[in-house]
Design a protein around this ligand. Structure first.
Ligand code: SAM
Length: 194
């Protein structure tokens, strides 16, 4: 089993990132939708939606949302929020998406970059590209490489309740080739700096 198939189902992930809650998602989506100006009822995929915090708020704003995630556990929990315009399904982002053409695909909170093989990354971009209407948006909420390199703290400890999480970080190879693949393949690319 790959690490990303189990880690996001653990209570430790949810505890460590407990600050990434519905309020944080609402604030982020409020800014993003103000920027994109998508008309009401636009079709949006929340790719790697997790517990659905962005999907639910997007739907409240009047968008038609499909939340997709690899985690069966998360999708089972998300199903409680479903309605006619908010659907959740188990889906591996490397696979083609079987849905109507989309106005936008969002991949939020660094839900990309987990795969060892570059070809798997390409499969994700191809799948997103195929899912979008011409002129549709792909929003990839990813690390600001320059900022991360310049501010990287190799070792920190985050305490949540009784648990100390020791966080180790290091920078690896240059990602510029992946960035250019992305620019070529998606209809429109928005870089959101954290
Ligand atoms: C950092 S979490 C972010 C979740 C959500 N976007 C949020 O902001 O709360 C990353 C998510 O990616 C999902 N994921 C990991 N690998 C995936 C894959 N191959 N296909 C689809 N989802 C995947 C995980 O299950 C997890 O829910």
């Amino acid at each position: 089993m790959e690490w990303f198939e189990s880690w996001f189902d653990t209570p430790y992930y949810h505890l460590l990132y407990s600050n990434r809650d519905y309020t944080e998602a609402e604030n982020f989506i409020t800014k993003l939708t103000a920027d994109l100006q998508l008309p009401p009822q636009s079709k949006i995929i929340d790719l790697a939606c997790g517990k659905g915090r962005h999907s639910v708020f997007l739907n409240k704003l009047g968008y038609d949302v499909l939340g997709l995630d690899l985690s069966r556990q998360s999708i089972e929990s998300d199903k409680q929020f479903e309605n006619q315009t908010l659907i959740f399904e188990v889906h591996d982002m490397r696979n083609p998406i079987d849905a109507d053409p989309m106005d936008a695909v969002f991949n939020l909170f660094t839900s990309f970059g987990y795969f060892d093989k570059e070809n798997d990354d390409k499969k994700v971009f191809q799948s997103v590209y195929n899912a979008l209407k011409p002129g549709g948006y792909f929003v990839l909420d990813y690390l600001n490489e320059e900022f991360v390199r310049n501010t990287l703290v190799p070792e920190t400890t985050i305490t949540r309740g009784d648990i100390d999480f020791k966080i180790l970080k290091k920078s690896k190879a240059d990602t510029s080739s992946k960035t250019s693949v992305l620019k070529l393949m998606v209809s429109r690319f928005i870089s959101l700096k954290k």
